[in-house]
Design a binder for this molecule. Sequence first.
Ligand code: C2E
Ligand code: MG
Length: 401
Amino acid sequence: MMNKLTPEILVLDDDPFTLKLLARILANLGYNSVTLCESGHAALKHIDNPADRPDMILLDLNMPKMDGIEFVYQLAERHYTGSIILFSGEDEHLLQATEKLILMHGIKIPGSLRKPVSPEKLGALLDKWLALPQAGTQQTVKLHGADELRAAINNGELLNYYQPKVEPASGRVMGVETLVRWNHPRDGMVLPSEFIGLAETHGLIDELTRVVLTGALAQAKAWQEAGLVLQLAVNVSIDNLASPDFADFIAGLAAKAGVAPRDIVLEVSESHIPMNDMSAPLETLTRLRLKRFRLSIDEFGTGHSSLVQLRGIPFDELKIDQSFVHGAWSNKTVQAKYDASMAIAKQLDMEVVAVGVEDKNDWNNLRRTGCNFAQGYFIAKPMPAADLPGWIKTWHERMKE
Ligand code: C2E
Ligand code: MG
């Protein structure tokens, strides 16, 4: 956590000359805690160290490898709650669109600058920023390190919760989604948003997925034997899909557990689907599909995949992100995004799951629009496996009313 008078500033630009220039301007303005990065990857590596999280990022929009927009997505993934000032040679329109995107991710942005950056304008923007409440501090959540996570995975501290998916038309419980938690000995139940990114950036995600999937498959088998017919969904990371043997690995685990691939859904978040090189994940997805696993595109609407790109990937299911579900009935813009997602799913012949059904109005909206499946707090919060049979009983009673 930074003192307001000495904010940590990170400058990201692919051009070394601009970096040097900005460093000098910042030094003249009295900012001494400055880190310079020439690529998005270098910047993310720095940011992934909890102690080094900057309070302000000066971000160039146009960079060859990871551009500014993708970098913002990566920041959002990491729940960056600091601020950004954009600078770019691009036109005003593009800057404004990017500013909106940044705001949508809950990142503060006091303004943007055109290149070449003027010292006066940058100074004025930083002054404006420092005057904002809480500008120089990050409201960081408890942060954990990679070594701690690695030990937790090995020590069995990860625990699967399960959230039911139901059919609004009939009330039938069709399956569950596996949602991992970290049962931390000191901090209690830690949510995945706080450690999945960490696992991905520190090469721990394959091991994490293996542990989650193994537990979930054993659970699904136990439910099956108890006469509960449930489809099992598990989230996989795009990094998992990049490993060439991932399809065989999953198939092996499923076979060993005695659960048929057609009863297993693998969910991949849309926001992680790369805009350019999709070849390695695509190969794995196609092989998984050949093995009869069901594939789902998750958090749909938060990414930037195009229809053309989606057509090329054999997804069976589309999950509409909760931000386009809860409250859609009372907000035209949200409803429009929900409707558009429904239309895309229909056009691509995918089943639709709406996530974030929080109340009766949301539920009725799904019924009215013919959404196939629903998931959300109105139905049930994620729960330990042992609570599921009891929940199913009360759910059936609720449905009778
Ligand atoms: P997701 O796959 O989109 O999962 C849905 C998230 O929305 C879950 O958060 C769930 O608890 C939450 N949710 C469900 N219904 C509602 C609702 O009505 N209102 C609100 N406000 N939230 C609702 P959770 O469990 O914190 O998981 C967050 C994300 O972490 C997941 O998003 C998924 O992307 C990721 N994740 C979870 N488990 C794993 C895992 O085993 N592997 C990987 N790679 N990612 C995982
Ligand atoms: Mg999911």
